[in-house]
Write a protein that binds this ligand. Sequence first.
Ligand code: FAD
Length: 277
Amino acid sequence: MIPVAFDYQKVKTVEEAITVLSKGDSKILAGGHSLLPAMKLRLSQPARLVDIAGIAALKGIKEEDGEIVIGAAVTHADIAGNKLIKYHVPFFAEAAEMIGDLQVRNFGTIGGSLAHADPAADWPALVLASDAAIEIQDGNGKRRIKASVFFKGLFATALQDNEIITAIRIPVPAEGTKTSYQKFAQPASRFAIVGCAVMRSADGKTNIAFTGLSENAFRDSKAENAVSGKPLNDDTIAAAANAAVNDVSVLEDHFASEAYRRHLAKVYLKKALKAVS
Ligand SMILES: Cc1cc2nc3c(=O)[nH]c(=O)nc-3n(C[C@H](O)[C@H](O)[C@H](O)COP(=O)(O)OP(=O)(O)OC[C@H]3O[C@@H](n4cnc5c(N)ncnc54)[C@H](O)[C@@H]3O)c2cc1C
């Protein structure tokens, strides 16, 4: 499979990337692990690729103003090995370890994954469960979109043309917060057939997000209500599993039927809740 001919431009700054994007018919190239396969299948045919992998401002993970800030061009492998991530939001490191294979983890970026919004991608569940914001820049400056309103459907986000994701900003969790990411992976690609991310603070407030189940990742408020502020035990965990994914339109494909995916969601939610109890 060969993509249609395209121009390629490597940029050094976010501003330069935005200028090139404003010429139109251009796509950002980050790790290339979702875009290039789509171009080879001719599902995507941009006239120009803007390579952002060399932009230093999009790299690095730091703590700033009460937030963990992950640059959009940070790779999955860098997240997996980062000490700040392991200390404050360890489920980001757990999830990163589970993505694809070594090559995918070394090239694929968190910003690229969020922009692509594959229904089976892992990061959407993590940014939802951690109440993160997606930082975005265009010619008019920067803005933030809460993860809760970022994902709009199958491969669809709130990102506008000519906008670039610059960072993911995660509020530093209070001391004593526990997290877990549990995934039933497609055996070849490792994409999530079902992924469940849970963040539970010491006072019992519990955030629960799923990926892989429907057109886009989502928070499950009914499951959250079943355990938030309550002790985690067999009864409350079973109540959360019973409440989970009941009102959701669940996808099916040749890997997993709708009923099997729904069942897996409840099983993987139980695993995640047990892990944070
Ligand atoms: C074999 C294989 C296995 C995989 N397994 C998994 C898995 O288990 N779990 C999982 O979650 N993912 C998996 N992936 C996907 C992988 O994580 C991709 O790397 C990721 O989804 C896209 O990131 P990227 O940096 O490669 O983006 P690219 O492919 O370069 O870009 C993807 C899209 O995002 C846009 N984009 C990129 N960066 C930005 C930005 N900063 N701002 C705005 N738009 C941007 C591009 O224009 C393009 O439309 C797998 C991929 C492969 C090939």
